[in-house]
Design a protein around this ligand. Structure first.
Ligand code: PHE
Length: 348
């Protein structure tokens, strides 16, 4: 066969085969076959010397051109295979050096702490100061000074964790505070009006736990004492809080309630987020969710700390915190908040 024809055929065959080369090993086989020492092309090039001058010129030119062309194609193929194989290795071993590093898992505040902070900052924006008080408390502050003397029936309404310790020299007994209200007394003992404080903190009640009850939970207490404070201030302040926290479209409702340390006393309820007052599973069918207890500070409480109840008046409120994210997110069991299950907590 004519050498030039052979070269043309070789060329077509080499390029066609190169198309199908899919791995570095396969490419090496291809290189040996078309550019190796024993390849037909090398043979032709070696045999140029045996050809006539004219033939040597033409055959030499085409075969050399083919050699250069194949070498260039080989280089290109090598490069594109390297890229492809890298991608393949990545998908196999999951080590992609071009990916950014994995971000560190950073913690965040517990949902209850988030709610506490949010509520506190709404009140600080309204001129209240945040204070904290002891979780281990004297019955004197938790009950006596809140108009609940020793034999008062309201003492039994919340079962108390008593601390197994002898009473102090004044006969006060130690307990885990059952509410944050003792901080009303502690603050008024030390300060004169005007007073505007909120007190976030943990409280304990000796109760069985279930989906809606915890023996340890959080409250925020509020207290405002000044000249001329009225029930209208209480309603206005708490309504504004509800507007800012739950949104302006949620209605609030005040109803009479009883606490020995306020007169009159009121509970505030917020329209259920899900059914808007029609009644559903979340609100227990009545359309409203009670969020806090409140009232005008009882004159006896003011007099107890030496504040003239003719000159000064005040309002107080206390709200449970765990219920709020419970209601906001529709969590079905309040115990999740203290179960330390990260799968739960990471959702907030
Ligand atoms: N201490 C009450 C409770 O624990 C709430 C409350 C606080 C009510 C202040 C009136 C005034 O439920």
């Amino acid at each position: 066969m004519d050498i030039k024809l052979q070269i043309n055929e070789l060329e077509a065959q080499a390029y066609a085969e190169l198309e199908g080369v899919a791995s570095a090993a396969h490419l090496e086989e291809w290189r040996i076959r078309y550019l190796g020492k024993k390849s037909r092309l090398t043979e032709i090039l070696r045999g140029l010397a045996t050809l006539s001058i004219e033939e040597r010129k033409t055959v030499g030119a085409v075969s050399n051109a083919l050699k250069l062309g194949l070498e260039a194609a080989l280089g290109q193929r090598e490069a594109s295979l390297r890229d492809g194989e890298l991608a393949l290795a990545v998908s196999k071993d999951a080590v992609d050096i071009s990916l950014p590093g994995r971000p560190f898992a950073r913690g965040h505040l517990h949902p209850v702490a988030q709610a506490m902070n949010e509520i506190s900052s709404i009140f600080t924006a309204m001129g209240f100061e945040v204070m904290e008080g002891p979780g281990v408390e004297w019955d004197y502050y938790n009950f006596d000074m809140l108009n609940m003397p020793k034999e008062h029936p309201a003492r039994a309404a919340t079962d108390t964790f008593w601390i197994d310790a002898p009473p102090n020299d004044k006969g006060w007994k130690m307990l885990l505070r059952t509410h944050t209200s003792p901080m009303q007394v502690r603050t008024m003992e030390r300060r004169r009006p005007p007073i505007r404080i909120v007190v976030p903190g943990l409280v304990h009640r000796y109760e069985a736990t279930d989906a809606t009850h915890l023996s340890m939970f959080s409250q925020i207490e509020g207290l405002a004492v000044d000249e001329g404070i009225s029930m209208a201030d209480l309603k206005g302040t708490l309504h504004e809080f509800a507007r800012r926290f739950f949104g302006p479209e949620r209605r609030v409702r005040f109803r009479c309630d009883f606490f020995p340390y306020v007169e009159p006393g009121a509970e505030m309820a917020v329209e259920c987020a899900v059914c808007r007052g029609d009644g559903c599973r979340l609100c227990g069918g009545n359309g409203w969710i009670e969020v806090l207890g409140s009232g005008m500070v009882h004159p006896r409480v003011l007099e107890g700390v030496g504040i003239d109840s003719k000159k000064y008046s005040g309002f107080a409120f206390g709200m449970g915190i765990e219920r709020i994210p419970l209601l906001k997110y529709g969590v079905e069991d309040i115990r999740h908040f203290y179960g330390s299950d990260l799968r739960f907590l990471r959702q907030f």
